[in-house]
Design a protein around this ligand. Sequence first.
Ligand code: PAF
Length: 282
Amino acid sequence: MRIYHKSSELKSTVEELKTQNRSIGMVPTMGALHQGHLSLIKQALDENDAVVVSIFVNPTQFNNPEDLEKYPRMLETDVELLKQLSDDIMVFAPSVEDIYGTDVESTSFSYDGLEHEMEGRFRDGHFDGVGTIVKRLFEIAQPDNAYFGEKDFQQLMIIKKLVEKYEIPVNVVGCPIYREDDGLAMSSRNIRLTPAHREASPFIYKTLQAAKVKFGTESAKAVTDWVESEFAANDLLELEYFIIADEQTLKTITEKTNSNTYRGFIAVYAGDVRLIDNIALN
Ligand code: PAF
């Protein structure tokens, strides 16, 4: 397995692969790999001749300095996990300086309004940071296919918009949410949960599933009010938002129509760990 710490080195390997007409799959990550990441990487291995997994905790997408500081970093363990999948994976683990030089700033992007909803309202500048790093990673690794999990559904939609607007020649593939047996969506942040918060956290998906059933017969407002009341009665989990939105525009809906598809989106604090999840409603 080859680990690249410098973008110039990965770029020259990529150029070589391009001259051999070999397809490249990329899975961008911030490390602390779990089964959810591994499922994306397996799919990338199945569908491409070569695969780049980037491991980079991107400072410009954190609006909360404490979250950035506490974000798990475990490159050695990650590399061991990747080796079990394939020795051919190219790991890209650059330094902040390699990516940003001395100017650790994000570019400002417009994603036609997608950035103002949900996470955009609660995490100022987050999607500028995500766009900046993903665009940079695509420039370096030049993937034909790039894989992202639907847990970060808004991020997935925003990356599709980025690619469309900047005419970046990459096929963005969305992959289903990977869950623990008790329903908790897999996330690198889960390892920071206290035992009590870990035990409490399956409540998030259980509530989403019940909300989906209710949405069959009740209005979006009634379902939203119900979810809010469920969390108000939970001592360990603090709801930041639950909204029902149109899957394409990500705008909160007031009325359902038959022609649109909807999703329920949730953000919850379990102690100081922020968890997000979502569910397709039709
Ligand atoms: O989803 C993530 O892990 C990150 O937001 C990403 C896409 C790797 C960009 O840093």
